[in-house]
Write a protein that binds this ligand. Structure first.
Ligand code: FES
Length: 99
């Protein structure tokens, strides 16, 4: 179990191991675009992870390829639909898009 803090609202939720950040965000009733429904294809679920990066699954090739094509990507970037919580660390993320 990890505590996920969702900025800019600062809302916090408990997230179980194996849950994607996208599922956790939507489960917390916070809106986030996810046009391809979690297939690493649209890039609309791009977020920044400010704390707890090691508490998430590593970036796989599909996610890396999509991130490469998004404007504004930085070292904290992840696709919320691809990053799964490992349950080892608390995580703080920032939503970037407008819904
Ligand atoms: S929902 Fe499309 S890339 Fe995450």
């Amino acid at each position: 179990m990890s505590i996920l803090t969702i900025m800019p609202s600062g809302k916090t939720v408990e997230v179980g191991e194996g849950t994607t950040l996208l599922a956790a965000i939507l489960g917390a009733e916070v809106a986030l675009n996810h046009k391809c429904d979690g297939k690493a294809d649209c890039g609309t679920c791009h977020i920044f992870v400010h704390e707890g990066r090691k508490g998430l699954t590593r970036i796989a090739r599909e996610e890396n390829d999509k991130l490469d094509s998004i404007v504004g990507v930085g070292s904290k970037s992840r696709l919320a639909c691809q990053a799964k919580v490992l349950g080892t660390e608390n995580i703080k993320i920032e939503l970037l898009g407008f819904v």
